[in-house]
Design a protein around this ligand. Structure first.
Ligand code: HEC
Length: 135
């Protein structure tokens, strides 16, 4: 934008002298833009990313480390954690396969079952509360 503006203004030669005004305006604009760049651009951009708070739930199961390295590259664990806890175990295996086949997640065949087992145990249905008859 800046380059195009000044090129246009400088190359324009109007015999009636109008080019002087045009050029003056162009140069003033260019100087203004440069000042603005100097004021804002030279400090450099500092970007602080939020701390990752949505990690997968820890587990001693083999699938935990596999899922942590293979499932968190495209989205956070929110996608996993926000699934209803009433889903049948088959849902998790189907989801892992869907990530692999439909979305191209680089998940080796040998990791599919361990990851599905980990998800099923960790994010599957809660065990039914025990009802004690003595009280
Ligand atoms: C290649 C990128 C990629 C990887 C790696 C990946 N996913 Fe996904 N995932 C997606 C996309 C894309 C969606 C759909 C997003 C949407 O619909 O908004 C999704 C959605 C989901 C959902 C929401 C339910 C659904 O079916 O849409 C779950 C649960 C999920 N992923 C779990 C996983 C698990 C578990 C892994 C590891 C085995 C994984 N993802 C790895 C891309 C990926």
């Amino acid at each position: 934008m800046l380059l195009r503006l000044s090129k246009y203004d400088l190359s324009r030669r109007d015999p009636r002298g109008a080019s002087c005004n045009l050029r003056g305006a162009g140069l003033r604009t260019a100087a203004g833009v440069l000042l603005l760049l100097a004021a804002t651009g030279l400090r450099g951009l500092e970007i602080t990313l939020p701390i990752e708070t949505t990690l997968l739930r820890e587990s001693p199961l083999e699938g935990y480390s596999l899922a942590s390295s293979l499932c968190m590259t495209c989205h956070s664990s929110d996608y996993v954690a926000s699934q209803p806890r009433t889903l049948p175990p088959a849902f998790w295996k189907a989801t892992v396969l869907k990530m692999k086949k439909a979305y191209g997640a680089p998940i080796p065949d040998s990791a599919v079952d361990p990851i599905a087992a980990y998800l099923e145990k960790t994010y599957g249905p809660e065990p039914a509360p025990k009802i004690s008859s003595k009280s």
